[in-house]
Design a protein around this ligand. Structure first.
Ligand code: PDD
Length: 287
């Protein structure tokens, strides 16, 4: 089955799908994106992702490329045509094509690209061992709540993590507090078994996995605090984990070379991952 991409109204072979060289996404990173998990062919938390897409677009004053029902139809069609069962749907909207000039063009149509990617389940070894994170200064701008394609600091951070043999880099603000990973939200569990994650301000992307997990945590009655935590507190925590559309919930067992808790994936982290997977399994396709 050839892999297809959707580009501005057309389904094209993935390898041959292109956009114009003067697309403002290419020249200015003037665009936004979403990564929606697809689990057993179902788009997980689709409306929450589309709400966040609408918000990112409106914060940057980029018009919506399509109505929500039209966009949903295309998402389903691309998943169907690509035979996608488990993986992600990637959506990108840029301000469109115009002669290079920083200010908004008078005339441009937002450009929409959708792709899908099949992904393997997380390996047993990863779940058994947990993953390593390193910490580094947060060098990003003041609007990390917008899911912009301008991701250079995140790219550099992930590369630094990779070169250090780690899976993720936790970015740290000037006060020494962890903001989030380069493509994931950061969480700890305190000695008192309280789950802690940074409150959603402009300093972080308000992850959809984060929001859903917060609901599950409240529903299960676990103690929860939405607040900043320092690198020192994270290193002294009982458990740590990350969330994202591609990670779901993954245990962190080392921070800057120091074991978290007993160095093994946390018990509460394991339960939260299971709650999240159960939640995805319970979903049925919405209209
Ligand atoms: N990243 N923080 C940042 C900086 C992110 O880029 C992401 C998602 C998250 C988690 O958000 P969500 O739970 O909605 O996936 C937090 C995606 C997966 C990416 O860029 O590939």
């Amino acid at each position: 089955m050839p892999r297809l991409a959707y580009v501005n109204g057309r389904y094209l072979p993935h390898g041959a799908a292109t956009v114009h060289i003067e697309d403002r996404g290419y020249q200015f990173a003037d665009g936004v994106y979403e990564v929606v998990p697809v689990f057993n062919t179902i788009l997980v938390d689709e409306d929450m992702h589309l709400d966040r897409l609408d918000r990112s677009l409106s914060e940057l004053r980029i018009p919506q490329p399509l109505s929500r029902p039209a966009l949903k139809l295309i998402c389903r069609e691309l998943i169907r045509r690509n035979g996608l069962t488990n993986g992600i749907l990637y959506m990108q909207v840029t301000r469109g094509v115009a002669p290079r000039d920083h200010k908004f063009p008078k005339k441009s149509k937002p450009a929409l690209v959708l792709t899908t990617k099949q992904m393997k389940p997380h390996s047993e070894a990863l779940l058994r061992q947990g993953l390593k994170v390193v910490t580094l200064p947060d060098q990003r701008w003041a609007r990390c709540d917008i899911k912009s394609v301008s991701l250079l600091p995140n790219v550099l951070g992930k590369q630094a993590a990779t070169e250090a043999g780690a899976y993720e880099a936790w970015q740290v603000d000037r006060e020494g507090m962890v903001t989030e990973g380069t493509s994931t939200n950061a969480w700890i569990v305190t000695d008192g078994n309280r789950v802690v994650t940074r409150d959603a301000t402009n300093a972080i992307l308000n992850g959809i996995t984060r929001l859903t997990l917060l609901d599950l945590i409240r529903a299960e009655g676990y103690a929860l605090e939405e607040r900043s935590f320092s690198v020192d507190e994270a290193k002294a925590a009982r458990e740590a984990f990350i969330t994202s559309s591609t990670s779901f919930v993954l245990p962190v067992t080392q921070i800057d070379g120091q074991p978290v808790g007993n160095g093994h994936p946390g018990i509460l982290t394991g339960k939260l991952r299971q709650h999240y997977v159960d939640y995805m399994q319970s979903l049925r396709q919405s209209a």
